[in-house]
Structure formats: C-alpha cells, structure tokens
Design a protein around this ligand. Structure first.
Ligand SMILES: NC(=O)c1ccc[n+]([C@@H]2O[C@H](COP(=O)([O-])OP(=O)(O)OC[C@H]3O[C@@H](n4cnc5c(N)ncnc54)[C@H](O)[C@@H]3O)[C@@H](O)[C@H]2O)c1
Length: 278
C-alpha cells in the first residue's frame, strides 16, 4: 500500500477536522506529502503538525468556495498526484424552513467546492497522464432522506459527478473514487446548523445504531480503494446492504425512510407551523 503513496503529493480539503484529518494522518503514515487545507487555518496546521511520518504535512488556509484560492492551492501542490475534495457541511430540517442563504451555502461548499477542485486539478493531471481524485459524498448521496434535502441534493450531485468523471478520466490514466459513508464519528454529527432536526440522534437513529463509524477506519478504507482504483467506498456493511436493497426495491426503502422522517416530525414538532405532519 505505501508503495502507492510514498513520495506522492496530496491535497486534502476540510483537512482540519474529522474525515479530512484522518485522511491526512493516513496519507502521511503511508509516506505522502500532504497539503492539509481548511477554512480553519489553525485546525489545518494542528492536524498537519500532529501527523506522524514517514510522509509529511503542511497546513494550508483554504476556502473551497473561492475558485481562485483553490486554483492557487492546487498550483502550490504541483505536481499533484492525489486530490481529496472532502470539505463539507450538513444542514438538516424541514425543507420549508431552509433559507435561500442556507441552500446557497451548502451548494457552494459541498458541490461548487468539489467542482473548483476538479477544475483546478484535473487538467493538470491530464497533462501529467496520472492522478487520482477522491470526492467525499455520503450515503445521503445514494439514499435520499427527508429532513436532509439540501444535503442529499449536493451529495447526489457529487456522486453523479464522480461516476461520470470516472468514465472519462480513465482514458487519461486518472482514477476517481467517491466516498459514501453513513454516520462517521466527527464533529459534523453534533452540528445543529439551523434546525432542531440535525444532529447525532437523527443520523444514528436513521441507521438504528448507537455507534458511528471510525474516521481512521474510513481513511484506511479510502486509501485501499485508491490503491485498487475502486469506484466507490460505501461503509459500513449495513449501509452497503441498505443501498443494494434500495436499488432492488426503491419503494421499500422510500417507505421506510418516510416512516423514520415521520417519527422525527412527531418527536420534534414545530408548534409554529400552520401545517402539522399527517
Ligand atoms: N461525519 C459523517 O457522519 C459524514 C458522513 C458522510 C459524509 N460526510 C462528509 O465528510 C466530509 C467531511 O466531514 P466531517 O464529518 O469530517 O466533518 P467535520 O465538520 O469534522 O469537518 C469538515 C471540515 O471542513 C471544513 N470546511 C467547512 N467549510 C469549508 C470551506 N468552505 N472550505 C474549506 N474547508 C471547509 C471545516 O472547517 C471542517 O474542518 C463532508 O463532506 C461531509 O459531508 C460526513
């Protein structure tokens, strides 16, 4: 495995926390030179400093919504072998309560951020004749869920973008992998951006589990997938099983999800809403 990563240069967005931090640690341990980029410069620097070799890491301040800044970050990492478009946020809650600012923000970070990374790195990888792009989507990019509409919209888009690009990039010697985990133990689980529905109990309850997946285990899964040039990482196994069932019987999965969404409405009603769930 370390043969695939030793001496390679990688850029990880959202590297200051959670999955991006775990990817940074795993890449450095596998011998890569990592540009650990995050809008939170201090967090990125902390993660980079704590990662232990044989590779190395530097922290970089980067807002993925800024196309010119992403271009500059990719240029600074040249020759870039591995791009991890990982930065993302979650916004939960009833769709009628989302503001247009929230829609724009999640599209800007979760979708445009990935586009900016590809726009900057892919032509360079084509010129080099090699490279690998890893996009962190989510299980919510494979299986739709109410109360997560804006998140699902961006993550389905990232899955579609990744799968489409993979069939094109192969002709340039470039790999593309999309990462689709369900709940992973990171601060995003406790994010309550704008709604009483977002949060740990919602995500874990949807999977009927009390424990989220380990980010370090996910990072190891991702590096294995890159080394084997796999199209997607869907973890844990129960999520993979749910996804397969959903492909065979989409109506069954949709009804099960609708029932879960209803329990959420009932346990956290909005007394101000003129319309109560039926
Ligand atoms: N944790 C989960 O349960 C889970 C499950 C599936 C998918 N994901 C996806 O994994 C990715 C990483 O999330 P995480 O769980 O590690 O969350 P996290 O909150 O721990 O980390 C996200 C990082 O992205 C950074 N970030 C936010 N906006 C940014 C911007 N504009 N530019 C650059 N960096 C920015 C944050 O500062 C943070 O360090 C996200 O795309 C998320 O949607 C997470």
């Amino acid at each position: 495995m370390s043969e695939r990563f030793t001496g390679r240069t990688a850029l990880v967005t959202g590297g200051g926390s959670g999955i991006g931090a775990a990817l940074t640690r795993a890449l450095v341990a596998a011998g890569a030179r990592v540009h650990c980029a995050d809008i939170d410069a201090e967090a990125a620097a902390r993660v980079a400093a704590a990662a232990t070799g044989p590779g190395s890491a530097i922290g970089v301040e980067l807002d993925v919504t800024d196309a010119a800044a992403v271009e500059a970050a990719v240029a600074a990492a040249e020759p870039l072998d591995l791009l991890f478009n990982n930065a993302g946020i979650v916004i939960g809650g009833p769709t009628e309560e989302l503001t247009l600012d929230q829609w724009n923000r999640i599209i800007d970070i979760n979708l445009r951020g990935v586009v900016h990374g590809i726009q900057a790195a892919y032509p360079r990888m084509i010129a080099a004749g090699s490279g690998h792009i890893v996009n962190t989507a989510s299980a919510a990019g494979l299986m739709a869920s109410g109360l997560l509409t804006s998140y699902c919209a961006t993550k389905f888009a990232v899955v579609g973008l990744s799968e489409a690009l993979r069939t094109e990039a192969v002709h340039h010697g470039i790999g593309v992998t999309v990462v689709c985990p369900s709940a992973v133990e990171t601060p995003i689980l406790d994010s309550t951006t704008g709604s009483r529905f977002a949060g740990r109990s919602f995500f874990l309850g949807a999977e009927n589990t009390e424990r989220a997946y380990s980010p370090d285990r996910l990072a190891a899964d991702v590096l294995t997938a890159v080394a084997r040039n796999r199209a997607r990482v869907v973890v844990p196994a129960r999520t993979r099983a749910g996804w397969v069932i959903g492909r065979i019987a989409p109506g069954f999965l949709a009804r099960r999800t609708a029932r879960y969404v209803r329990t959420q409405f009932t346990s956290a009603p909005n007394p101000e809403s003129p319309v109560q769930p039926r």
